[in-house]
Design a binder for this molecule. Structure first.
Ligand code: SF4
Length: 192
């Protein structure tokens, strides 16, 4: 008997909960594997859990999450329709940047999630998740672009945008985010 998407995702969450492949599990309170609709057409990938996410074991529940909810409202996509996760599944101390070695050992979980969910659209939030698909690119150059790629045999439309936390710190980035979500909304409407 084959496992449902939801059971497969639960298994990945279980593996993340047991993971000791880098040191981040030692300082984190909870693992944050990701959450959302197993049949999501749209998948968001952020950077790493912050303090609120670490406390609750859920992605994007702090101020960045509130901003993401507002942006989702602007494109009339309910959060319950999408899946949201991060490049790293445990919080880096003091929210420091993910290290290359951590990304290397942690992203097989993200890869498994993508292969289970098979979303049509991936919206990367911030430079680390953008670099996962486009290692040579700069977010300042390609944010808001709609890029169709084949990744691991999956046809994906990737739309990179700035991370909501950047939008909270910087007014210009917030305007960029809003604009890029307008692009996303138009793309979704045109796609039907
Ligand atoms: S951050 Fe990723 S690789 Fe590191 S311990 Fe957590 S799940 Fe494992």
């Amino acid at each position: 008997m084959s496992l449902s998407k939801s059971q497969q995702l639960e298994y990945i969450s279980h593996l993340v909960g047991e993971c000791k492949k880098c040191n981040l599990y030692k300082t984190a309170t909870n693992p944050v594997p990701g959450a959302g609709n197993p049949d999501a057409e749209i998948l968001f990938i952020g950077e790493a859990p912050g303090a609120h996410e670490d406390q609750q074991g859920l992605p994007f529940v702090g101020n960045s999450g509130k901003l993401l909810d507002k942006l989702l409202n602007t494109i009339r996509v309910p959060r319950s329709d999408v899946f949201i996760c991060n490049i790293l599944k445990h919080r880096p101390p003091e929210n420091r940047d993910p290290q290359e070695s951590e990304i290397k050992v942690c992203t097989p979980y993200l890869k498994a999630q993508l292969k289970i969910i098979k979303p049509k659209i991936v919206i990367t939030l911030g430079r680390f998740s953008m670099n996962y698909f486009f290692p040579q690119e700069k977010i300042s150059r390609i944010h808001g672009q709609i890029r169709n790629i084949t990744w691991q045999d999956l046809p994906l439309t990737i739309i990179p945008v700035y991370h909501p936390s950047a939008g909270l710190r910087n007014g210009a980035m917030l305007e960029s985010l809003k604009k890029d979500f307008i692009t996303i909304g138009k793309y979704l409407t045109a796609k039907g």
